[in-house]
Design a protein around this ligand. Structure first.
Ligand SMILES: [Zn+2]
Length: 259
């Protein structure tokens, strides 16, 4: 059976017979692996379609238990991502993340569309490349069904207004990676007594930051430069959060976290 789909290349490897196996995140069929003998080094549009940071149209032959690429044509190549180190490092983490959170043969069109938006913006991002990736990840959590709880204590359900009344207005919120959301003072004490608990209490409103990422279109973040300490903490939190809930920690390897 011949099928047509658009997609983004996630990775590839050599296989027998001078062929390669390409892993593509497609809009219609989710992640698939497809064999090809198209020579990547040629200058054709089909070769371009197999490169990283490219969005392409593929004609695939679907066999009984495998796909092969009949032809491919690049629709858009975000080559400017490779021209800047910050863009490149972040967009590479983005590709790793997509690969980890998608499963073969499970269509995720909403995540796919958000990914194309990300590539469009990543190709233009300057100093905001970091912030753009964090915004993409926060938005993806909702699509993947693992959004953090931000309206009340994740453990006892106490509303934010009650927490403020007890602890004082303007008190910095606690966020528990272990429990998956905002946590009240009482529950934080209990959780801290257990080993391996991960509770953050940043000196900025973490709820505001998450809501900001969730509510604005991704392209907004092409030009947003969050404070360095905010980026540092949010990156660390998201790194642990995605590791715990999606087994997709792609942020901890970045240079900023090793300083
Ligand atoms: Zn609580």
């Amino acid at each position: 059976m011949i099928i047509n789909t658009e997609g983004i290349v996630l990775r590839q490897r050599k296989i027998a017979g001078n062929r390669r196996m390409i892993v593509i995140f497609t809009r219609q069929y989710g992640k698939i692996s497809a064999g090809t003998s198209i020579n990547e080094r040629s200058r054709s549009r089909s070769a371009l379609a197999l490169r990283p940071f490219t969005f392409a149209e593929y004609e695939l032959f679907k066999g009984r238990d495998s796909y092969s690429i009949n032809s491919a044509s690049a629709r858009r190549s975000y080559y400017s991502i490779g021209e800047d180190l910050d863009r490149f490092v972040n967009a590479s983490s983005f590709i790793d993340y997509l690969d980890k959170v998608t499963a073969e043969g499970e269509p995720m069109p909403v995540l796919y569309d958000l990914s194309i938006e990300y590539l469009e913006s990543a190709a233009r991002a300057g100093k905001s490349a970091d912030t753009l990736l964090l915004a993409f990840i926060v938005k993806s959590l909702r699509i993947l069904g693992v959004s953090p709880e931000l309206k009340s204590c994740v453990n006892c359900g106490k509303p934010l207004s009650e927490m403020a009344a007890e602890e004082g207005q303007g008190t910095f919120r606690r966020f528990s990676v272990t429990s998956g959301g905002i946590i009240c003072e009482h529950c934080a004490k209990i959780e801290k007594s257990e080993s391996g608990s991960l509770i953050y209490r940043p000196s900025f409103d973490i709820i505001d930051v998450f809501k900001y990422f969730q509510s604005k279109p991704l392209r907004t973040f092409e030009k947003v430069n969050l404070r360095e300490d905010v980026v540092y903490i949010v990156k660390k939190m998201l790194s642990e959060y995605t590791g715990r809930y999606l087994d997709a920690d792609v942020l901890s390897g970045s240079a900023e976290l090793e300083v």
